[in-house]
Design a binder for this molecule. Structure first.
Ligand code: UD1
Ligand code: UDP
Length: 382
């Protein structure tokens, strides 16, 4: 019997770790599963915990309004110190590239507890883009004893940094596991504002923005460009679930509040959000997770960033990296709304990120490493 502790703290980590927690819990004869959340996010984390019915064993409740990277790192590190001292797990699992991820890996390392890194090996090669995620995932990768790389490209990135090939498993991304259990195709949205969207006659643009490097002027540019689109093209509407970061909300309010056919709403629960994605024509986002989900639903994605650590869907032709320049955002969005051929080229469904079985591979790999009884899982390949 081994004790596996999962540590996560933000919405995307929760969405992507939930299938792993549920899979770990299927093996109670061999695995004891402990869930520790930092709650770097509060409301946005709780929405996901409720959906997947996960009750954390430990909740550090660290979030504060306008928190800095220093606040998150120190509070998570000190909080996890106590939890790890008490539980002494055999393995700590962290996910991706948030500050919780890095603090979780470091806290485990300080007690010489091995770390498994889920969604390992994503890289842009630029430590300031995305900031601080590129450094968080590099540092976590340096600490990790087992790397769960979602794709062959991610494995290659790890090999370039001299990770031990034996310890790298290509699993697919667990976000596709989560998505596949969530889409039902026919969703009645509870949000009052969404009752005003004409899903039948209008084309829906789904928008999300939250990256730290886009705060301020880059976001203002994006919003100005999209406002112009909505004013010029009458059969379009924007649905924008606005991140709770007050710095995001301020610019959104200044640029988009009160505009006809632009619907500003609170962050949505994952289930309606995933269904909304599948009803949209087009997605504009700076999110990592949405870049992985939308292609599998056949939705073109314009990525509002200068770099991406997810090149697979760009190569497949369903995602374009367009940055945040006002004219470029306007032109690229307009092109997809007015040029049918351009739209069709980008709207085929591709699934470079997973097949829905990533969590099973991860748990099988853990049992393979610790018990040697299970065979090594087959890698996920396209
Ligand atoms: C964090 C991660 C980022 C990830 C993103 C997912 C870091 C440094 N950043 O960025 O990698 O892509 O989450 O969304 O780890 N807030 C609330 N309620 C919530 C969540 C956030 O009020 O449920 C507000 C708080 O004022 C908080 C602020 O948003 O201080 C920013 O949250 P924070 O976790 O610091 O940064 P994100 O931009 O969310
Ligand atoms: N998401 C959600 N509700 C929303 C917006 C996004 O559930 O209102 C989900 C989305 O489907 C994806 C994840 O949140 O799985 C992405 O989170 P975010 O964009 O905050 O972070 P990132 O992936 O960039 O780290």
């Amino acid at each position: 019997m081994i004790k596996v502790m999962t540590v996560f703290g933000t919405r995307p980590e929760a969405i992507k770790m939930a299938p792993v927690v549920l899979e770990l819990k299927k093996h109670t004869d061999q695995l004891q599963t402990i869930v520790a959340v930092t709650a770097q996010h509060r409301q946005m984390l709780d929405q996901v915990l409720d959906l997947f019915k996960i009750e954390p064993d430990y909740d550090l409740d660290i979030m504060s309004q306008g928190q800095t990277l220093y606040d998150i790192t120190t509070k998570a590190l000190l909080g996890l110190k106590k939890v790890l001292e008490k539980e002494q797990p055999d393995l700590v699992l962290v996910h991706g590239d948030t500050t919780t991820t890095f603090a979780g890996a470091l806290a485990a390392y300080y007690q010489q507890i091995p770390v498994g890194h889920v969604e390992a090996g994503l890289r842009t090669g630029n430590i300031y883009s995305p900031f601080p995620e590129e450094m968080n995932r590099k540092l976590t990768g340096a600490i990790a004893a087992i790397h769960f790389a979602p794709t062959a490209t991610a494995k290659k990135n790890l090999l370039k940094e001299n990770a031990d090939e034996e310890k790298i498993y290509i699993t697919g991304n667990t976000v596709i596991d989560a998505l596949m259990t969530t889409i039902d195709g026919s969703y009645d949205f509870a949000d009052e504002e969404l009752q005003h969207v004409d899903f039948k006659k209008h084309r829906i643009i789904l928008l999300t923005t939250h990256r730290r490097e886009n705060l301020g002027e880059p976001m203002r540019h994006i919003y100005k460009a999209l406002r112009r689109i909505i004013e010029e093209i009458p059969d379009t509407e924007i649905v924008f679930p606005v991140h709770r970061n007050p710095l995001v909300r301020k610019v959104v309010e200044e640029e988009l509040a009160g505009v006809d056919r632009i619907h500003l709403i609170d962050p949505m629960e994952y289930e309606p959000f995933a269904n909304l994605m599948s009803l949209s024509s087009l997605v504009l986002t700076d999110s990592g997770g949405i870049q992985e989900e939308a292609p599998s639903l056949g939705k073109p994605v314009l990525v509002l960033r200068d770099t991406t650590e997810r090149p697979e869907a760009v190569e497949a032709g369903t995602v374009r990296l367009i940055g945040t320049d006002k004219t470029t955002v306007y032109n690229e969005t307009k092109r997809l709304l007015t040029d049918k051929a351009a739209y069709n080229t980008m709207s085929m469904a591709v699934n470079p990120y997973g097949d829905g079985h990533a969590s099973q591979r991860i748990v099988q790999a853990i049992m393979h490493v610790f018990f040697g009884t299970q065979r090594r899982p087959e890698d996920f390949y396209l």
